[in-house]
Design a protein around this ligand. Structure first.
Ligand SMILES: Nc1ncnc2c1ncn2[C@@H]1O[C@H](COP(=O)(O)OP(=O)(O)O)[C@@H](O)[C@H]1O
Ligand SMILES: [Mg+2]
Length: 250
């Protein structure tokens, strides 16, 4: 292992099961600071479960999740967000009935520890509106800023999810299939914007589309049969015999 790699997030001997069904026995993973890192693996391998263990929606049977070297295994999801681990907001559940500007103002309030205030009172505050507008503009979302989010094209909704999570200024951003439901072309647009706009942020993403994975990830981990089979560069992963056998099926 490269001693110079600065590990921001890690799992140590993580064991997880649902009832009698073991998902991982002994999962070890490390995420280097600044990396754009993809996790791939067959359906049902445990990718979403892994994200939930990292964000605190699930608690492992044993083992630890470490953030900046300290165990966070027992922290609540809220505490982990505060510590600097963000995942994409679920637009369709959290922000139904709001427009992107209102949603962004809420996200900024959350970041500043002012959540729980009514949107109407908060949105009178000019600095936050200005910052929200600037953030939307960075993502090319300014035109629909006052359009009900539900009415926006799907690609813009997915982009807004990323913009809202980034507004929290996280140390680590987790994206579980950010391009799901998008065409390949839209997926490329989303990821190229992501790469441009998230420079410096550590990103861990799950993605089905191998074109997107091999093009936009700097590091790829392969989850199969309860463990990380390989963690390497996209080129090495693509050509790894074990990966080709267990995952790519060639
Ligand atoms: N809440 C749950 N209750 C019971 N089984 C679950 C639950 N979540 C996931 N599983 C099972 O755990 C395994 C891993 O699921 P998941 O993490 O969703 O895989 P992936 O995201 O890689 O497709 C699957 O066999 C799935 O059926
Ligand atoms: Mg999944």
């Amino acid at each position: 292992m490269n001693a110079a790699r600065d590990i921001v997030l890690a799992t140590r001997n993580l064991r997880m099961a649902f009832g009698g069904l073991a998902v991982f026995d002994n999962l070890n993973f490390e995420l280097g600071r600044g990396e754009r890192h993809a996790i791939i693996g067959p359906n049902g391998a445990g990718k979403t479960t892994f994200v939930s263990l990292v964000t605190g929606l699930l608690t492992p049977i044993s083992g630890d999740v470490e953030f900046n070297g300290a165990a966070i295994t027992r922290l609540s999801p809220q505490q982990r967000v505060k510590a600097g681990i963000a995942r994409t907001f679920q637009i369709n559940t959290l922000f139904r009935g709001l427009n992107p500007l209102e949603s962004m103002v809420l996200a900024l309030c959350e970041r500043d520890g002012r959540s729980g205030q009514a949107v109407t009172s908060v949105s009178r505050e000019k600095p936050q509106i200005d910052e929200a507008l600037a953030m939307l503009e960075r993502f090319g979302l300014q035109e629909g800023a006052l359009t009900l989010t539900d009415m926006l094209p799907y690609g813009q909704q997915r982009l807004l999810e990323v913009a809202l999570a980034l507004a929290l200024k996280p140390q680590v951003l987790l994206l579980d299939e950010p391009a799901a439901g998008l065409s390949t072309q839209q997926g490329h647009e989303l990821f190229s914007q992501l790469v441009e706009l998230t420079a410096g942020t550590t990103i861990l993403f799950i993605e089905h589309d191998m074109n997107l994975v091999f093009r936009y990830a700097e590091k790829v981990s392969v989850l199969a049969a309860g463990s990380m089979v390989v963690q390497d560069t996209p080129d090495n992963v693509r050509n790894h015999p074990r990966v080709r056998e267990v995952y790519l099926g060639v």
